[in-house]
Design a binder for this molecule. Structure first.
Ligand SMILES: Cc1ncc(COP(=O)(O)O)c(C=O)c1O
Length: 449
């Protein structure tokens, strides 16, 4: 990679973003009352000097306040995998909020049992409870796992992401031991007191850690999706299940992103048997919703424990969790939008997207790799594809990423700002995918000089 050329191209695209998006830039410059000028500090993670401001979004399209329309492959980093504001979800939300009223009345609605049954059909877990975010689903699943096993620690994979869950902010350090992930803000204690860590695809390391006998649960994605996509090697997930059973450790599958693999995520696609499963983001069609599922046996054990306060201030739950609006949106999304048929179409489109990226990489002889998980695909700046989170982290190239993101955004295509991830929704078309293929090839030609 010719860095001088890359710097020149990046400066050119940054200037173009300023020229194209004066209203977004002005709104950002004016935002004096927001911490970091944005509603949430991660919104500063954008290629260029300011974020584009949202005007409207529908299906696979986003329009910014400067009047530019984008083909959206970011899809809210999965929160909008159902497409933006699908009509049927908008109707369910309107009905629940405006017509019936009672978004948050602290009373159950019958939609919840429908959603529970559908989640059981899809993922296999027998009992379900709701949250508003995947982070909370993970937090509560962790608490339940600790309660039922009486063990203090949680094991995660190095460079995982499970939301802002304290226990998960640990990586394998250069000496092979667990250490705090760089940048962890205000950790409540040394993370090695609460957590253990193993590289994805490394069963020997996992066994070494589980053998201490103090791990309540392994919390993992069946494929890593937050440090590029790192796919499991043959036998790895079976090995994780076998070892967790052998050492009396529960297995929590976090399907928040791997839901892209199919209607029942990787758990159904690959016949996995977790003890607990967590999910969030896409299931609410853009309305905040999350859920965790547990086996009937585990649920019964927990409900039989008189010492656990599961109904008041015992640390599991939130006032707005499972509210009528969130559950109505989830029902509409699962019943009518993210259906089995929709997943089949999305995966096919994603295959086309992946093929386009691969063709671009091969045409320029670049040492990059591309991976796919159903409706989600991502390329990394390394070949062969990384097999662990640490290997994938080492392949990051922020400048190169920024250039590609800016180049595409300035020409009407959005990727997820955290990496080179593209996601398909039910409204994505072949023409959308082909537009990306063309622009990606053009960006690589510019890079080659
Ligand atoms: C696998 C996984 N789990 C959990 C979360 C947390 O989701 P949220 O921020 O909506 O709570 C994320 C967010 O990216 C995620 O990727």
């Amino acid at each position: 990679m010719d860095r001088t050329r890359l710097h020149h191209l990046l400066a050119r695209e940054s200037a173009e973003a300023e020229r194209r998006n004066p209203r977004s830039k002005a709104a950002y410059d004016r935002a004096e009352h927001l911490f970091g000028r944005v509603p949430m500090t991660w919104m500063n993670k954008t290629a260029g000097a300011f974020p584009r401001y949202l005007d409207s979004a529908r299906g696979a399209r986003v329009t910014d306040v400067d009047g530019h329309e984008y083909i959206d492959f970011c899809l809210g980093d999965t929160g909008a995998m159902a497409g933006h504001s699908p009509e049927v979800v908008a109707d369910a939300v309107r009905r629940r909020y405006a017509e019936l009223g009672g978004a948050t009345a602290m009373l159950p609605t019958e939609d919840a049992e429908w959603v529970g049954a559908e989640l059981t059909r899809r993922f296999g877990l027998a009992r379900w409870s709701f949250s508003l975010t995947a982070t909370d689903a993970n937090r509560w699943a962790i608490r339940l796992a600790r309660a039922v096993t009486g063990r203090p620690k949680i094991l995660v994979n190095s460079y995982c992401y499970h939301g802002s869950v304290d226990e998960s902010l640990i990586v394998v350090g250069p000496d092979g031991r667990g250490t705090a992930r760089e940048g962890n803000v205000g950790a409540p204690c040394d993370v090695t007191l609460t957590s253990r860590v193993a590289e994805f695809n490394d069963l020997a390391q996992l066994e070494r850690e589980l053998a201490h006998g103090d791990v309540a649960a392994v919390l993992m994605e069946p494929a890593l999706t937050n440090i590029g996509i790192v796919l499991p090697e043959p036998g790895y997930l079976d090995g994780v299940r076998e070892l967790t059973r052998r050492y009396g450790t529960l297995l929590i599958n976090d399907e928040t992103h791997t839901f892209s693999a199919g209607p029942g995520g990787c758990t159904a696609a690959w016949d996995l048997e977790p003890d607990l499963l967590t999910i969030g983001k896409a299931i609410g069609g853009g309305i905040p919703a999350g859920a965790y599922g547990l086996s009937a046996e585990l649920a019964d054990r927990l409900l039989g424990r008189a010492d656990l306060d599961l109904v008041d201030m015992g640390g599991v739950g939130g006032t707005l969790a499972g509210n009528a609006l969130s559950v109505a949106a989830t029902r509409a999304t699962l019943e009518h939008v993210l259906t089995d048929d929709a997943f089949a179409r999305m995966a096919k489109l994603c295959e086309r997207f992946e093929a386009g990226v691969r063709a671009g990489i091969e045409a320029h002889g670049l040492p990059w790799s591309v991976a796919r998980l159903g409706a989600r695909t991502e390329y990394r700046f390394t070949d062969p594809a990384p097999r662990t989170g640490t290997e994938s982290a080492a392949a990051a190239d922020a400048e190169l990423e920024d250039f590609l993101h800016l180049y595409l955004a300035n020409r009407g295509i959005l990727l997820t700002p955290f990496h080179n991830m593209a996601l398909m929704c039910p409204d994505t078309t072949e023409a959308d995918v082909d537009s990306h293929t063309e622009l990606f090839a053009a960006a690589l030609t510019e890079l080659a000089g």
